[in-house]
Ligand binder design. Structure first.
Ligand code: SF4
Ligand code: SF4
Length: 101
């Protein structure tokens, strides 16, 4: 079986207009809340955040969105607590907290 060669020329987008279309609103279009089993939740530190939108781009559930003040919010009803946003944030602006902390 032939696999296509990996594209090693990929560079992360530098400007907002270069990002693909993603979520821009709370994840209310999903029918049911589904985060009841989450043990860790991501918390964004607005002071450290550079607004690069990498977390928004990479969240597999599309639950990170911009609020009306231009900051970021996470829809905890749908966030699974996977931690990808925290792992990928270059500013270390997202910490994972235990539920109930
Ligand atoms: S990846 Fe980190 S710095 Fe970038 S927007 Fe998300 S929280 Fe902010
Ligand atoms: S923990 Fe996972 S599901 Fe929740 S906001 Fe971060 S990337 Fe999205």
């Amino acid at each position: 079986m032939n696999f296509p060669e990996r594209n090693r020329s990929f560079k992360p987008p530098k400007e907002l207009k270069d990002y693909p279309v993603g979520t821009a609103f709370p994840a209310g279009h999903l029918v049911d809340t589904n985060a009841a089993w989450r043990s860790l939740r991501p918390v964004i530190d607005a002071i450290k955040c550079s607004n690069c939108l990498i977390c928004w781009l990479l969240c597999p559930d599309g639950v990170i969105h911009r609020n009306s003040e231009g900051g970021l919010e996470i829809d905890y009803d749908f966030c699974k607590g996977c931690g990808i946003c925290s792992k990928e944030c270059r500013q270390k602006a997202i910490r994972m907290e235990s539920e109930g902390e």
